[in-house]
Design a protein around this ligand. Structure first.
Ligand code: NAP
Length: 503
């Protein structure tokens, strides 16, 4: 193990602008275990590339299974060593200090995020604000944990109900929101008195490492948060998930991987939270304000270049306004400026890698081969990086794959419907159930459809649902559990009941 994280940074990028290099140089690139920054036991590293250029910008430590088990050991020791009994005010103050540090350094953190995963700077800044809001929210919740004390219904006894931290947690997070997907778990877990091993995605691990450094500087004791980076997530994390010292698994990522991790978790009857894939319908009724709907569609579709679990994946629009909606959406999508997220005025960054780019192109080609019309885009951008043009497809047939599969790219397929029942049937015709967007001016319809739509969240006349105070999560194959709001901290608390005789 070694000392200062910053001095151990092992960045290999060259010829980056000085501001970008300075931001990268501030990031610790080692594992963080028991309050120490250290190399992986095998001594290897994993390259982190800028998706806009394909250039390697950093090398982070490549953990072995033993490193991950050491991290779990540290989380276990820190929990039994006192964190579970730490004063709620102490936990709250640490989260508050970290929140303030993030806000103060928002520009640098946004640049870091853009460098590692490509989204335009303005969007990175928005994620920094959103990510920090979970630390603030749970700083406020940490001192409000309570229980119940009631009389036995027959008298003569008392019922005491208390909330206790679940214990050491394992978190696995994706690359698409590299800060917020971490803080949404780490904030409530720290507030509840849990300890943590977190493994960010190898494609974008730098924001999580920086977050760990900020929490360390905010006074978080060693061992409460441990960070593992690795190129071999399956073989490194499976032993940790199967280890009886782990008490909770919280995963954000694809349904395919989530299903596999739930199977590992079953052996220990591990508590799990699963934030998985989506296939969000965006439904526009005839009575909707089309201007509002197009504005909301841009937000719901283009946030994160469409690489969001909440991204509107398909647009179901009432027949009489479908053509107008598609044309106006195409006009706006076609006018967006594409480029490296650090460049002025850029609104659309690259996709994360070549695999993702090929998948998006394949889904568009499939829809076009089946009869969809391309209103704008429909092709990749030549040159370095993984860029795909914002695309609107009209007259998309029911059997097009992109109506069923998560696109994860800047592609908006528009299909028309003839009635409310037909719209609902189409919207619910998916194994996913994360979020739906509804546009209508009719209050009765809004409530009727909100109740019947099979998703965990609904955006009603708005294209964005994420909020630290709200329960984020899905049903069906989109997941189990909620993040954010009071529900988010409940995921990290066990309920204990004490039956008390008083006479
Ligand atoms: P992914 O491939 O499932 O990866 C997610 C995380 O799991 C990464 O850290 C990945 O690490 C790790 N992982 C992959 N295989 C693993 C294994 N066998 N054992 C342990 N860990 C493993 O998903 P992604 O491509 O990063 O993210 C996109 C998906 O996440 C989309 O489906 C999206 O909808 C979903 N998502 C959901 C939410 C939500 O709140 N519901 C939010 C954001 C994203 P490596 O990549 O380093 O291998």
């Amino acid at each position: 193990m070694t000392g200062s994280p910053a001095s151990d940074a092992a960045h290999i990028s060259s010829a980056l602008p000085a501001g970008e290099q300075a931001v990268l140089d501030a990031v610790p690139t080692q594992l963080y275990i028991a309050g120490q920054w250290c190399d992986g036991a095998g001594g290897d590293t994993v390259a982190v590339d800028d998706p806009a250029t394909g250039e390697t910008i950093a090398e982070v430590a490549d953990a072995t299974p033993d490193d991950a088990l050491a991290a779990l050991g540290a989380a276990h020791d820190a929990w039994y060593g006192g964190w579970r009994d730490s004063p709620p005010r102490e936990r709250s103050d640490i989260l508050r200090r970290a929140y303030e540090a993030i806000v103060e350094r928002a520009d640098d953190l946004a640049l870091l995020m853009t460098l590692e995963m490509g989204k335009p700077l303005a969007e990175s800044k928005a994620e920094v604000t959103y990510g920090a809001s979970f630390l603030r929210w749970y700083a406020e919740e940490a001192v409000r944990l309570d229980g119940r004390f009631t009389m036995h219904e027959a008298g003569g006894g008392r019922l005491l109900t208390m909330k206790q931290p679940v214990g050491p947690c394992v978190f696995i997070t994706p690359w698409n929101f590299p800060l917020a997907m971490g803080t949404r778990k780490i904030g409530p877990a720290i507030a509840a008195g849990c300890t943590i091993v977190v493994k960010p995605a190898k494609l974008a691990p730098l924001s999580t490492l920086m977050l760990a450094k900020i929490l360390e500087q905010a006074g978080l004791p060693g061992g409460v948060l441990n960070v593992i980076t690795t190129r071999s997530s399956g073989s490194v994390m499976e032993p940790v998930i199967r280890d009886p010292r782990t008490r909770k698994l919280s995963f954000t990522g694809s349904t395919r991987v989530g299903r596999r991790l739930m199977a590992h978790a079953a052996d220990q009857i591990l508590r799990v939270s699963m934030e998985l894939g989506g296939n969000a319908p965006f439904v526009v009724f005839e009575d909707a304000d089309v201007d509002d709907a197009v504005h909301g569609a841009m937000v719901a579709k283009m946030r994160n270049v469409g690489e969001a679990c909440t991204a509107a994946n398909r647009f179901h629009v009432a027949q009489p306004i479908a053509a107008e909606f598609a044309d106006r959406l195409a006009e706006k999508m076609g006018a967006l400026k594409i480029g490296r997220g650090t460049d002025d005025g850029v609104e659309v960054g690259p996709l994360i890698d070549e695999d993702q780019l090929e998948k998006v192109a394949e889904l568009v080609d499939d829809a076009v081969a089946k009869g969809a019309r391309v209103l704008c885009g429909g092709e990749r951008v030549d040159g370095p990086g993984h860029f795909y043009k914002p695309t609107v497809l009209a007259d998309v047939p029911d059997d097009a794959r992109l109506l069923k599969e998560e696109i994860f790219g800047p592609v908006a397929p528009v299909a028309a419907f003839a009635s409310e029942d037909e719209a609902l049937a189409a919207a619910n015709d998916t194994e996913f159930g994360l979020v739906a967007y509804l546009y209508t001016a009719d209050v009765k319809r809004a409530l009727r459809v909100s109740e019947r739509i099979e998703t965990g969240m609904v955006g009603l006349n708005q294209g964005l649902v994420s909020n630290a105070g709200a329960p984020f999560g899905g049903i069906k194959h989109s997941g189990i559990g909620r993040e954010g709001g009071p529900e988010g901290i409940a995921e990290f608390l066990e309920t204990k009941y004490v039956a008390i005789a008083i006479d």
